[in-house]
Design a protein around this ligand. Structure first.
Ligand SMILES: Cc1cc2nc3c(=O)[nH]c(=O)nc-3n(C[C@H](O)[C@H](O)[C@H](O)COP(=O)(O)OP(=O)(O)OC[C@H]3O[C@@H](n4cnc5c(N)ncnc54)[C@H](O)[C@@H]3O)c2cc1C
Length: 433
């Protein structure tokens, strides 16, 4: 019965747990919750670090009965799936169909509904996050109404509800715009702090997707540039043994053991980070896009991520480094840096502005509050927007000015969920009561 999220930070004991298998069952649950004066929360896989998905003491709808592909439109290049499908199953089904999402984040465990609802994004100068790739969805509102939404049907709900925070209703299906299956070549390269600052803008322009990891207390970064290959025939994946050693052993098994041990002796962390940074050597490989975008993450951590205006990103990073260096904190996890183009999704962290993302992590057994509390004021002062699914301390009053259409979203919530069937403590904090 009990619920906790992936990172183990949030827990709840719902009054009832249901796994609906049809839209009618979802409607019946929503209507019953509303009539009974209780709350209802549709769950994803719990990969949000915040309590956004917490069912509190209300009814908990699990996603496992609403999975699978519903429709493929090869002319319009759209694919509709039931909303509880996991991204990894969706990726596999798309590959089978010779199709692909345009871009995605770095894991594929999430549900489609959970990923779009919090504004899950990847990196790249031209390809936006998952919500901006939506062509439509069907929503069961807080009054039990079933609303098909797209640019032509209920367009205002479609526009505002693509990053809906689970506050507007239960998504029962989602339609993504897709493209023919493509391959990416990944070039990973260690860099010095100075070299990175001199070349980041050029890298971000040249590669389709650029990602970087700075190892705190060192001058070292690992950069990853993913560029599209002209043909699937050019694919050259890593040899199986090298892939296992780098991605499984070094990045999960060894990294997990080292960072766990470092919690007991934080003094060793700067030396450990230098060693970790030097172990990651340059490499190039290529594969079907989703296998390059995503990796397996077995080391459990906590994360805070902010989007700041793209042009200010490197200066904000330098400021964060200044305060980390001046503190007595010892941080064992790298800071991840990504970019995204402006999109038109009102509550997307990249809404209407090109964005630079900075993500801060700690091991699950390390105290994260002091670290996140140290850098969050810098991110906030830079007009930063926190990822809805990652730790932050912002609330409705100071989030409203960060999003030009925040008021419209709140008004839509009043209309679609007047009795707050979908409320929880997190939504009360970030949207108001
Ligand atoms: C290891 C790891 C790596 C990550 N990598 C990235 C990354 O690269 N980029 C990035 O942006 N984020 C990343 N995240 C964050 C993650 O993508 C988001 O937090 C995402 O929302 C998690 O999806 P989920 O299925 O676990 O949803 P949950 O966390 O379970 O739920 C998230 C929200 O979606 C709502 N929801 C779920 N299903 C429905 C539904 N059917 N109808 C309406 N609302 C629904 C929930 O109520 C809740 O509000 C990562 C997280 C982890 C733990």
């Amino acid at each position: 019965m009990g619920w906790s999220n992936w990172s183990g930070l949030e827990h709840a004991t719902p009054s009832r747990v249901v796994t609906p298998t049809s839209v009618d069952e979802v409607v019946a649950e929503v209507v019953a919750a509303r009539t009974g004066g209780t709350t209802l929360k549709a769950a994803g896989t719990g990969h949000s670090f915040t309590a956004i998905a917490s069912p509190g003491h209300g009814v908990h709808l699990l996603p496992g009965g609403m999975t699978g592909i519903l429709a493929v439109d090869r002319e319009a290049l759209t694919v509709t799936a039931r909303a509880g499908m996991q991204l990894k199953a969706f990726n596999a089904a798309l590959e089978h169909l010779g199709l692909s999402l345009h871009n995605m984040g770095d894991i594929a465990e999430q549900t489609l509904s959970g990923a779009v609802s919090t504004g899950t994004h990847g990196t790249g100068g031209v390809a936006s996050g998952l919500a901006a790739q939506l062509a439509g969805f069907t929503l069961v509102t807080g009054t039990g109404e079933v609303l098909p939404c797209s640019a032509t049907e209920n367009p205002e709900v479609f526009e505002l509800g693509r990053v809906g925070l689970g506050a507007l209703g239960v998504l029962v299906d989602v339609t993504f715009r897709v493209e023919p299956l493509f391959a990416l070549e990944a070039t990973e390269q260690p860099m010095s702090w100075t070299e990175f600052h001199g070349s980041f803008d050029a890298m971000a322009q040249q590669a389709n997707h650029v990602d970087a990891y700075w190892f705190p207390h060192t001058d070292r970064l690992l950069t990853k540039q993913n560029s599209r290959l002209a043909s699937l025939d050019e694919i050259e994946p890593l040899p199986r043994a090298r892939a296992w050693f780098d991605d499984d052993f070094l990045q999960n098994t060894a990294f997990g053991a080292l960072t766990a041990a470092a919690n007991l002796a934080p003094g060793v962390i700067p030396r450990m980070n230098r060693m970790n940074a030097s172990l990651l050597s340059a490499r190039t490989y290529s594969d079907i896009s989703h296998r390059v975008f995503t990796t397996e993450r077995r080391v459990v951590f906590r994360e805070m991520e902010y989007a700041v205006p793209r042009a200010d990103g490197l200066e904000v990073l330098r400021e964060c480094r200044r305060v980390i260096d001046a503190s007595d904190l010892r941080i064992s996890f790298p800071v991840e840096l990504r970019v995204a183009p402006a999109d038109d999704v009102p509550l997307s962290t990249a809404s209407e502005r090109d964005s630079f993302y900075l993500a801060f992590h700690t091991h699950k057994a390390a105290e994260h509050r002091a670290y996140f509390g140290l850098v969050e004021p810098i991110l906030k002062a830079a007009d930063g927007r926190p990822h809805w699914g990652k730790v932050h301390t912002r609330s409705a009053a100071d989030l409203a000015p960060a999003y030009p259409r925040f008021g419209e979203f709140v008004a839509l919530r009043d209309r679609l969920d007047p009795d707050r069937v979908f409320a929880n403590d997190y939504l009360r904090r970030v949207l108001g009561a």
